[in-house]
Design a protein around this ligand. Structure first.
Ligand SMILES: [Zn+2]
Length: 90
C-alpha cells in the first residue's frame, strides 16, 4: 500500500515539475520577444515599437500607415537603440 502511494506521489511531483518548467520557459520567451521588438530612441529617450495590431487594421492598411506605440516608463536596459520615426521626421 505504501509503495503504491509513493508511486502516485512521484507521478504528481513529476507532473508539477513539468508544469513549472513549461511556465518559466514561456516567460523567458515573452521577455526575449519584447526585447527584440522594442527599440530605444536616444533622441526623445522613449522606448517604442511598431503596433502590429493597429498597423494591420483595414483602415491603416488602406492608407499605408504604420502605427507606433511609445512607452514612457519602460525599462531601457538591453534595448536596441534606434531613432524613432517621429524624431527622424517621417
Ligand atoms: Zn524619438
Amino acid at each position: 500500500m505504501n509503495a503504491d502511494n509513493n508511486f502516485t506521489q512521484e507521478i504528481i511531483n513529476k507532473t508539477k515539475q513539468q508544469n513549472s518548467v513549461k511556465v518559466s520557459k514561456q516567460c523567458e520567451y515573452d521577455a526575449r520577444l519584447a526585447d527584440e521588438k522594442i527599440k530605444l530612441c536616444k533622441t526623445c529617450n522613449r522606448c517604442w515599437e511598431v503596433d502590429k495590431e493597429a498597423t494591420k487594421s483595414s483602415y491603416n492598411r488602406k492608407i499605408g500607415r504604420i502605427v507606433y506605440s511609445y512607452y514612457e516608463d519602460f525599462p531601457k536596459y538591453g534595448k536596441q537603440i534606434q531613432e524613432c520615426l517621429k524624431c527622424k521626421g517621417e
